[in-house]
Ligand binder design. Sequence first.
Ligand code: ZN
Length: 131
Amino acid sequence: MSTPFIIAIVIGSVVLGLAGFIFVLAYVRSRRLDHLPPRPELRCPSCNSEQIDIRTSGLWDGEDASGRATHGIFDYGICKQCGSRCARYEDDQPYMPTDEEWQSHFKPIEKWEQQAKRWPLAEEENHDHDA
Ligand SMILES: [Zn+2]
């Protein structure tokens, strides 16, 4: 093998290695930025079942007890075992949402779903709102 060929291989492998390193670094970083470790199953607060029919999930942000900005994922669902409403914002802390909370969470979603079902009419309704 000639020297220029060896140099090319060395440079090539260094560049490839560097690219791989940067890729791994970016991957680890994005994983870390997620702040979203694997989540435990949502458990029913009343019967402890994991058979929850999750109705909605999404991202939330707010403040923690000490007033610092925080965020995470919320879930709202219905227990398949006992029919209780279940919700959680913090991992491992399922609770039974109050009627008020359940209504205020699902009302906009149901309204949107109904509008989506009556699609051509919903379009007109939206125009009325804009006027
Ligand atoms: Zn249950």
